[in-house]
Design a protein around this ligand. Sequence first.
Ligand code: SF4
Length: 427
Amino acid sequence: MLHSLKKPDKIRALGVMALNGMFDEMDAKGVLRQALTDVLAGDVAIVSSFGADSAVLLHMVSEIDPSLPIYFLETGKHFPETLAYVETLKQRLGLTNIISLTPDPADLAQFDPGGTLWETDPDSCCHIRKTEPLEPALEKFGGWVTGRKRYQTAERGVLPHFELTSDDRIKVNPLAYWSDAEVIAYREAHQLPEHPLYAKGFKSIGCAPCTSAVGEGEDARAGRWRGLDKKECGIHFDFNGAIASPLAKTEHNLWKHDAFIADPFTPWADAYQPATARYTHVPLKTFIAHRAAFLANPHPLGLLVEAGDAIEDVESDLGRFASVAIAFPAFTDGRGYTTARLLTERFQYTGEIRAIGDVLQDQIPLMRRCGINAFVVTHGPTRHALEEGHLPEVALFYQPTGSTELPVGTRPFLRRPSPVKPETESA
Ligand code: SF4
């Protein structure tokens, strides 16, 4: 019997290319109307920063359907003027479905307890305050609308009306071809309220600590993360930060939630420092050798458990790690299964547990039974099986795992997963 898994929609990529061809000459409102009422009708959300020129897109949305869901990333770091502007536009445009997304308090407590992560690690700050809250909200939709424009930065200079993201969603950019002058003209023609900071030189407005006014001749977004080599907050990262291109997909190796997705973690390198490393799986022995420095490190980290490592040695520190990577050096090496079961059953670890190394199609169901919920897969046939939704089911096993599998049957060494118990019939 085969599990049915989500199959990537390759036709969608070609469809997005066709959409760009069909609607290339259409004006912004026409593109938006097509997206909201036809291409993605009932399956689309708006994401707005309520920044300097958000009023234009939101005005167009309000004229098509003011009840559409509009997500606002309430990072906890906005200017008070921006929070006031959310209310101003809501009232002026009659928007009835603005949804504020806030960071997970547990993430803030773990990674940004002092609220200063933006100073030392803005990528991680954006990740926990923007990307993480937005992802589950957008999971419900086949696409979302942004207000990005080509003129804003060189990186956005090739922005199309329709993009296909790496998770097969369609991102719609109705204002992609607009100039700064057109935004201003539209705002004036429709007498839309201006963001209170716009007149003070803030031409692109994000979180207060990371936004400054721009001078004459500067890019509109030059005041964002000024002085840093950072241009985007992360929610628009795709294909390693590039603007998404319909057919130029980067191959991702991390299989999670039934899809290959971008991996925020990179392998540990000797040059990394315990106090500053981030988004990497620290080898268990290295962690123990520099435990105090790693515990003082504010950035998201994972733990690498290699064959022969004892996970019990770091039991009290497991809460420090967002992910635990278990190495499977060979198909025949079963020590990783024991580590996974200790993590889930004895230590109640609830973060990501990923398998790395020799991860093959037949092992994945067994790994899942032990609590492994992510897989780094480079083996071609296994990748193909996952993409096509073909995984073998484990019908017989020798040892039950966790509390969900009870030994049944007459021979204790050959067991089956417990069937759902029938209701007891009353006599
Ligand atoms: S823009 Fe700055 S404060 Fe806001 S989430 Fe990103 S790094 Fe943090």
